[in-house]
Design a protein around this ligand. Sequence first.
Ligand code: NAD
Ligand code: TYD
Length: 389
Amino acid sequence: MSSTYLVTGAAGFIGSNFLDILVADQEDKRVVVLDKLTYCGNIMSIRHLIDSGRIEFVKGDIADRELVASLLDRYKPQYVINFAAESHVDRSVDDPTPFIKSNFEGVFNLLECCRRQRSAQLASKAEPTLKKYVQISTDEVYGDLEVCAPRPGHKDEAAQLGRTYEMYGEDAFTESYPLKGSSPYSASKASADLLTLSYYRSFGLPVTITRCSNNYGPRQFPEKLIPLVINNILHGKVLPVYGQGTNVRDWIHVDDHARGILAAARHGKPGEVYNFGGYSEKQNIDIVKSLIAIVKDAAAKMPSVAAAYPAALDASDSLITYVTDRPGHDRRYAIDALKAMTTLGWRPLMRFDEGLASTVRWYLENLDWVKSIVDGDYRDYYEHMYANR
Ligand code: NAD
Ligand code: TYD
């Protein structure tokens, strides 16, 4: 029997990459996307799927009770997968309000609409149609970890992955780690996680939560470190590194995350949380230095890029500028994803060096996508956030 997926927030970075993986999968399915198209949602990112008829697109807010209820009623999805959120820490420090509205009130509305549909179906002795509500969360709900000198880590997972990597601390987040988000963004996501789990415990709603580390890949909005640095290198602009550049993130390619989400939707247990991470811990300064070399090299091999962005050919470490640190800046994130690896049969497949190079190639081959953003309101955002740092 064919399944219907309602995917919310899928015009953004991770959701749009998830859609590509979902529609390519063999299963016979219908996919409906609900997205508000905030500054971060980009119809260009899903245009190919709309035009080819593989998804149906509805513009709207996950916090809109009537709209969400009517979509559930019309499509009766087996899966509701919620990517919709305000997702940038710096913006949440600048103004927390939209974070509470979308990340908490929006999730409340989705859960409540699902609960009401399920309870009406049960009351009429019908089989509930919803098999799984998946809440896409983040490792940032766990707060941060101490940073120390890198050492080889995670022996069990290293053996399973067949590769070695370095940890910048003694431990990593497991699913039972306490929630202690540091920013309004991470606190709003943690609040939504607690609410989501309460709908399992109190109402039996089949929910599953995924918590992933920092994603990178195509179509990420250039307010986030990697695409921001790529764009600045192209324009010969300084590369703002917060604090000392020693903060550590555990980077995962967005396709690896997307495969994990699909596995959690189909095979995750209701009421459970699954961590996903890339086992690629890096200090920010090392990422920035790698990008300088990769962008410079790639631009030199692409005549159209070299002609349009000659500054990229002269990029060097002298562009790096240490700026005032982010308030409450989390020092280190590191994920222990053993549960997903052992119970969902999931693995992160992309090596960071290969993934970073292919991500740079995507940005250089899709300059129209980048230009459509950086020529708009982004300029005001950049000025507001970076001018006096
Ligand atoms: P994004 O900011 O690129 O995209 C968010 C999308 O949600 C946009 O399309 C936006 O239009 C939409 N949206 C926002 N508010 C909405 C609302 N009220 N109603 C309907 N649509 C709305 O974000 P992303 O990086 O793709 O992140 C997706 C999810 O994954 C978020 O929940 C985020 O917390 C989580 N996450 C992100 C990362 C990361 O590294 N980017 C890591 C772990 C988890
Ligand atoms: P970001 O991409 O905003 O993700 P998150 O804050 O969710 O981890 O930032 C990644 C890291 O890069 C984080 O430690 C902050 C740092 N950073 C900079 O040093 N300069 C920048 O201009 C940005 C956007 C981030």
